[in-house]
Every structure is written in structure tokens, then in C-alpha cells.
Design a protein around this ligand. Structure first.
Ligand SMILES: Nc1ncnc2c1ncn2[C@@H]1O[C@H](COP(=O)(O)OP(=O)(O)OP(=O)(O)O)[C@@H](O)[C@H]1O
Length: 749
């Protein structure tokens, strides 16, 4: 039941500057009451009328939770003095407040707003200071009016604060004319929220702004599925479902958006004769085109004396005591004579060995070499196997924190076209994980003349972000590509590798468990499967692969369902990190986080700060950026400060305010998609059923190749066979290959 209280803010106990969450003591006629809520503009000394409800907090007792409030103009001179003395107005302290109120009594506030020059009548206030005080009062009252206006439409004060900060007094105009503008300008407002606000304000469902904003929203959303464009038919179908507006009515809006250069329309030929119109959000089109141009510019050919090169290779082989196979030799030779080279191959085909040989070759030429990979883990592995420093691509490009208001406009790297990387050769590993945006940032920082070598396994699932860059580069046929096919890792050593290659080729895998590292446990009931998973993680596997239960990863195809990530995490949490008096908890969404839980960051956050802590928790290094797929352990939940601290790899600690917890998820089980680019000592994969589209060869291959020492599949072997057979990949709408071919053709003429 909503209740109302009236009183003045005696003092503020706690305030979170980021989200405005405030704990304060309000003195009403009857009591001193603790009140909580999110407010950007609350000041000590203000008299307020607040709406909300009472609760009983387990540690802090009775509280009033405020959902909204109004500031009441202080009526009596005592309230007025209290307000002015609170520090709410810069330049007025207690003594001056007393003098002002003594002079103007109940009329004080009116005089401040309407005849501010009269403040100068008070000793110690010059005319200029009087004007400054008046400006502050006016601004505060404008802001308050704005907040009250926004509250009518159910806009929270936290969001309201952001809207006011962006537009100032222009806010009324934006809301009335085109609230969808906010989805482009204001962090925290997307199409959905803007649409809700628009609905309350009375904007009609078929308004032009609504339809255009909805169309752009669908295109941006599609990038979250990996697409760079959508076929026009599909765009219209999705937009119609979202907006409940006829498809035919929206056609002209796509044209209008194209004229305004917000979208790009192109034609492609998916089949033999029919043409199909496709639509890109402009920035996606530009990024893809620019990537294609930059790739082409990098690909400078160099005439190399082949005989001399062969001799050099022979020397290199004897110095390194290795015999490269034909393909590996080719890779080094191609690296020497092309500005851009792709090396691809499955597990154990000698990619790393080839990278090493390439490094040695360029070392001999006294060339400067840089190594990088898309994830921290992949970079670490690259450094270990090459003995060279390897960084994440983000670090290589010197990601710098960005001001808050720029987040809608993308991220900023210190290394870019104006300040390119200084190197002769750049080698990128795990290229299948690089999306079109990261590729764009990388290429922007590389000057033609620098060699770029891209190494990866093209049969892995494509990147989480939009595009299928590696595959498209290969498909375009425009660059030197060396495909490594021979498996070097000894067959007797690793069935994981042998079976991965079989899966990739569609050769049936023997599931007889006569292996040392590849097992299939046949079970046909979801709950039985879960029991087996728990036994494997708790008892069997840690000893078998010499790891902790935390290092053993459950990988599952789906999010939903009996064996989906969500349910598995709830059950596994119960068994692997059960409730304990010593462990604090924080409820979140449907479940909860507990100290000791294994968690994963589920979106890239380029701003979040981390610190590396040494002995005694002392900070020894700090930086920014936590990325999609980073996993860690919850070390502390602080219910008072409302923070949750996670330790990620390499002792990187990150403190999450509770409002940022949407970026975290339990990670006892994760989807196979999320596991890309990571390796674990052992993986356990439940397989029972799932949608045909998803359950394909690619997915099985990626899951199996995540394991270093042991793969255990638990479930129905029929599903395994079906996945092996199913070559249908989830297609991605991308056109990097087309753009590259087009540029290739232009260059020929
Ligand atoms: N030409 C070669 N002669 C002998 N052994 C080789 C050769 N090339 C690679 N190997 C060996 O084969 C194994 C796998 O090679 P490498 O690690 O380079 O492959 P990879 O493709 O990087 O594998 P993964 O993707 O699994 O990391 C290694 O033990 C390596 O020493």
C-alpha cells in the first residue's frame, strides 16, 4: 500500500554517486525515519513529501522505501534557514543563511527567485554573488520541475537525471516530438524503453519516428545474432511483429531511412537468378566495407628470391631441430612474400609450430613482431607456446576508458590510424573469434607495409559478435591461404584430436570408451545425467586430470530446458557451492549469487575497472575492461556497500555494484557458444535433445575441442550421431567476402 510522509532531510547517510541510491534520515512530525531510494538531486535540509512504503530491513530495522517525492517549498523561516544552511546552495553557509532569513523571513525563497538583486541587501553578499545564488536556485528548480514532469510518465529519477543531463531544457521538446531520439542519445534507453515512454506520452503506434526507430532497432538487434545485414523481407517481418504495423506500410520508411543515410540498401543474388534486397544499418555497412578496403591495402606482394628463402628455411629447421611438413614450409614462404596471410587448420595440425617458425624467420630478418589474440586466455597460451609476449587485441590497441557520454558511440583505442602500431609483422591467433568491429579497430591501427598473419580454425563456431570474418576472408579467394591438414599430435596420445577431426569430416566416431581421454556415458534421463555430471565434477575428473572441480567445465548446447544453462547452474550451485552460514548471498533475477560461486561476465564492458592484488590485498596493478566470457569466483558480497567482488584469472579483482549484476551469470555450466576460444583441462557435455538448427556438427566440434585432457559426453548417443551428420550451419548474414571480391574485380580493371 502506498503511503505518504512529510518531513525534512536531516542528513544523508550514504549515497552511491553512480546510480543515486541514497540512504537518509528524514525528520517527520512524529519520528526520525530512515528512508532509501534512488535520487539524483536530493539535498540535506530540503523539506519533502515522499511516497512509498515501509519495510523491515533484516539488519537496519524499519525503513521507508521511497518511490517518488516532491520538494515542498519551505513554508516557515526555520525550514528555510535549514534548507539554505544545508550546503544545497554553493556559497551559503550556516551564518549567511541565518542572516538572509533574518532579513527576508517567510519571503526568502520568493525573493531569491524573483528579485535576487535584493539579496545584496544582506551584509556580505555582493550584487554578483546575489546573481550567482539566484542562478543556482533557478537551475535547481528547473531540474526539479523536469524530474516531476518525467515522473508523470513513470520515468525513474535515475533515468530522468540522464535525460535531463543530455538535453537540459530541450528535454520537453524531444519528449513531445520524438522520444525515440533518446534511444540514440541516452545511455540506458533503448528502443523498448523509449517506446514505452512514447506510448505514455501519447505518440501513435504508426508514427514515423516509431517505425524508423523500430527498424533501426531490429537491425542493431540482428547484429547480436551475428548478422551484419538482414534481407529486407526478414527485416519487414520482424519489424511488423515488434511494432504491430503492416509490412507494406513500412516499406517507404526503409527508403526514407536510406535517404537519410541511416541504412544502406543493396541487392545480392542468393540464388541463380533472383535478386534480393538486403538492408544494413549504415554503420555496419561502412565497417564491413572499410574492413574489406583495409585488408586489400595491406596485401602488398613482395618478390622474394625463392631459392634463398628455401635455404633460409633449411637453416631454420636445423637450428630449431624440427622438420616442417610441406604445408608448414609453404606457410612460412607465403608469410615472407605476402602482406596478408591466413593459416588455418584443426587442433594438433601444427598451427602453433608454424607460428613459431614464422617468428624465427622474421627474427632473422631483424623485423619487429607483435602477437595478439582475441581473449586473455588465448593470448596467454600464445605467449607460453612461442616464448614471445602476446597480448589481447584490446590491449594491443591500447583500449582507453571512455567518458560516460561516449558509450553509445563506440569504444576508443589509443592505437588507430593516427597512431598506428609500430611493427613489421603482426600475428593474430584464434582468428575465428574476431568479430567485424574488432577487426575494424585492429586494421585501422595497421599501416600498409606491416605484414598481417591471421591464424585460426575456420571450422570453429563464428565469433560471438557480428560477422564471420575469418571464413569470409578465406571464401573471398582474394588472399594467400594455407590450410594445415596433417595431424601431428600422436593418435595414441589424444583421441580428442583424432575424434575432433573425424567429427569435422563426418567420419563416425567410435564410442566404446576404450580411450584415455574421450568418453561417452550413455544415459537417457535428464536428472540421471545431472547426477552423473555432479559425480564427475566432484569426484572422478579432478583426480583424473589433476585439476580442481572449478576448472572442470560443463558445456551445454542450450540456455533453456532440463539440461539448459539456467537449470544446470541452479542445480550445480546447490551441490558444488551449497548454502553456508559463512557465505553471504545476493538474490538476483530468478536465482542468487553466493560467495564462492563460479561466475562469468556476459558482455564486454570496456569501462569496468579491475585491480591485481598482491599479498594482503594490496593493489599492485590496475586497468579497465572485463570481457564477455571472462570467468571468475565471487570472493565477497558486501550487502551494505551493495557490491560484489569477483576474482578473475591472474588475480584480477573487479568490484561490481549490485546494479551491474546483470553483466554476471553463474558459470558452472555455460553454453558451447560462450566457450569459444577457451580451453579447460576437462569438459563435460550433456547431450539429450535440442533444436535441429542448433544441434549441428560445428557445435559438437567446438565443444569437443575445448578440452585439453579429457572429454566426457553424457547422454543419448543418437544425438551425437545426429549432430555429426548435421552440416546445416546457422547462417550469418554477412557480405565481407562479396565486398572483397568487388574490390578485387575493380583492381583488375
Ligand atoms: N612438423 C612437425 N613435426 C613434428 N611434430 C610436429 C610438427 N608440427 C607440429 N608438431 C607437433 O604436433 C603437436 C601439435 O602441434 P601444434 O601445437 O603446433 O598444433 P596446433 O594446431 O597449434 O594445435 P592446437 O590447436 O591444438 O593448439 C605438437 O606437439 C607439435 O610439437
Amino acid at each position: 500500500m502506498e503511503e505518504t510522509i512529510e518531513g525534512y532531510v536531516d542528513h544523508i547517510i550514504f549515497r552511491n554517486q553512480d546510480n543515486g541510491y541514497t540512504v537518509m534520515v528524514v525528520v517527520t512530525e512524529d519520528e526520525e525515519l530512515t528512508c532509501v531510494g534512488s535520487f539524483q538531486y536530493m539535498n540535506e535540509g530540503e523539506t519533502i513529501k515522499a511516497f512509498g512504503h515501509y519495510t523491515e530491513h533484516p539488519s537496519y530495522g524499519r525503513q521507508f522505501v521511497m518511490s517518488s517525492y516532491e520538494v515542498i517549498v519551505p513554508q516557515d523561516s526555520q525550514a528555510m534557514e535549514r534548507y539554505l544552511a544545508s550546503g544545497a546552495v554553493k556559497g551559503i553557509g550556516a551564518a549567511l543563511a541565518a542572516r538572509i532569513v533574518r532579513r527576508f523571513k517567510e519571503d526568502t525563497l520568493r525573493i531569491m527567485e524573483e528579485e535576487p538583486e535584493r539579496l545584496a541587501e544582506v551584509k556580505g553578499i555582493s550584487l554578483r554573488k546575489a546573481q550567482e545564488i539566484s542562478d543556482q536556485i533557478v537551475e535547481k528548480s528547473d531540474m526539479r520541475k523536469a524530474m516531476m514532469f518525467l515522473q508523470q510518465y513513470g520515468i525513474s529519477l535515475a533515468l530522468g537525471g540522464k535525460i535531463y543531463k543530455q538535453y537540459g531544457p530541450q528535454m520537453y521538446h524531444v519528449l513531445k516530438e520524438n522520444p525515440y531520439q533518446m534511444a540514440e542519445d541516452v545511455e540506458g534507453i533503448g528502443f523498448k524503453i523509449a517506446d514505452e515512454i512514447a506510448g505514455r506520452i501519447g505518440i501513435l503506434p504508426d508514427s514515423d519516428y516509431r517505425i524508423r526507430s523500430g527498424l533501426l532497432y531490429i537491425l542493431t538487434q540482428a547484429s547480436a545474432e551475428g548478422h551484419v545485414y538482414l534481407p529486407k523481407k526478414l527485416l519487414l517481418r520482424r519489424a511488423s511483429a515488434l511494432l504491430c504495423v503492416e509490412e507494406s506500410y513500412m516499406e517507404k520508411h526503409i527508403m526514407d531511412l536510406a535517404i537519410e543515410r541511416k541504412v544502406v540498401i543493396k541487392e545480392i543474388m542468393p540464388g541463380e537468378e533472383e535478386q534480393e534486397q538486403i538492408v544494413y544499418a549504415s554503420q555496419f555497412y561502412q565497417v564491413e566495407l572499410h574492413v574489406a578496403q583495409m585488408l586489400k591495402e595491406l596485401d602488398l606482394k613482395e618478390e622474394i628470391n625463392q631459392d634463398k628463402l628455401k635455404l633460409q628455411l633449411d637453416e631454420l629447421e636445423s637450428a630449431e631441430e624440427i622438420t616442417l611438413d610441406e604445408k608448414q614450409r609453404q606457410a612460412v614462404m607465403q608469410a615472407a612474400s605476402n602482406g596478408l596471410l591466413v593459416v588455418t587448420g584443426g587442433p594438433g595440425t601444427g598451427k602453433t609450430t608454424t607460428i613459431n617458425a614464422i617468428i624465427r624467420y622474421f627474427e632473422q630478418q631483424n623485423e619487429e613482431i607483435l602477437l595478439a589474440a582475441p581473449t586473455g586466455r588465448a593470448a596467454k597460451r600464445m605467449a607460453e607456446t612461442t616464448g614471445y609476449e602476446a597480448k589481447t587485441i584490446h590491449r594491443l590497441l591500447e583500449l582507453s576508458g571512455m567518458p560516460e557520454n561516449q558509450t553509445k558511440k563506440g569504444i576508443h583505442f589509443e592505437r588507430n590510424a593516427q597512431n598506428p602500431l609500430e611493427a613489421d609483422v603482426i600475428i593474430i591467433d584464434e582468428m575465428s573469434m574476431v568479430d567485424i568491429f574488432l577487426m575494424h579497430a585492429l586494421l585501422s591501427a595497421i599501416m600498409p607495409g606491416t605484414r598481417l598473419i591471421l591464424v585460426g580454425d575456420v571450422n570453429q563456431l563464428p565469433s560471438v559478435g557480428a560477422g564471420s570474418v575469418l571464413k569470409d576472408i578465406i571464401l573471398s579467394g582474394q588472399f594467400a591461404v594455407v590450410e594445415l591438414t596433417k595431424i601431428f599430435r600422436q593418435a595414441s596420445q589424444s583421441d580428442i584430436v583424432v575424434n575432433a577431426h573425424k567429427i569435422n569430416k563426418g567420419i563416425p566416431v567410435t564410442l566404446d570408451n576404450k580411450s584415455m581421454d574421450f568418453f561417452f556415458l550413455k544415459r537417457y534421463d535428464a536428472n540421471v545425467i545431472i547426477r552423473v555430471l555432479i559425480a564427475l565434477i566432484q569426484n572422478k575428473l579432478p583426480k583424473f586430470v589433476n585439476a580442481t572441480p572449478y576448472e572442470i567445465q560443463v558445456l551445454t548446447p542450450m540456455r533453456k530446458g532440463l539440461l539448459g544453462v539456467e537449470r544446470l547452474n541452479m542445480v550445480l550451485q546447490q551441490y558444488l557451492n551449497p548454502p553456508d552460514n559463512q557465505k553471504r548471498e545476493k538474490e538476483h533475477r530468478q536465482g542468487l549469487f553466493r560467495e564462492g560461486d563460479k561466475v562469468m561476465q556476459i558482455k564486454n564492458n570496456y569501462q569496468t575497472e579491475w585491480e591485481i592484488r598482491g599479498i594482503g590485498g594490496i593493489r599492485i596493478e590496475k586497468g579497465v575492461g572485463v570481457f564477455n566470457g571472462d570467468t571468475g569466483i565471487i570472493r565477497e558480497i558486501n550487502l551494505f556497500a551493495e557490491t560484489l567482488t569477483v576474482e578473475f584469472e591472474e588475480r584480477r579483482f573487479v568490484e561490481y555494484p549490485f546494479r551491474q549484476l546483470d553483466e554476471l551469470e553463474l558459470a558452472y555450466a555455460i553454453t558451447i557458444h560462450k566457450s569459444q576460444g577457451s580451453e579447460y583441462p576437462a569438459v563435460v557435455i550433456p547431450l539429450l535433445n535440442g533444436p535441429k538448427m542448433l544441434m549441428n556438427r560445428n557445435l559438437l566440434y567446438t565443444a569437443v575441442t575445448r578440452a585439453r585432457k579429457c572429454v566426457t559426453l553424457v547422454g543419448d548417443e543418437k544425438i551425437f550421431w545426429e549432430m555429426e551428420e548435421n552440416q546445416m550451419e546457422q547462417s550469418r548474414y554477412t557480405t565481407l567476402d562479396l565486398r572483397l571480391k568487388e574490390i578485387g574485380l575493380q583492381q583488375e580493371f
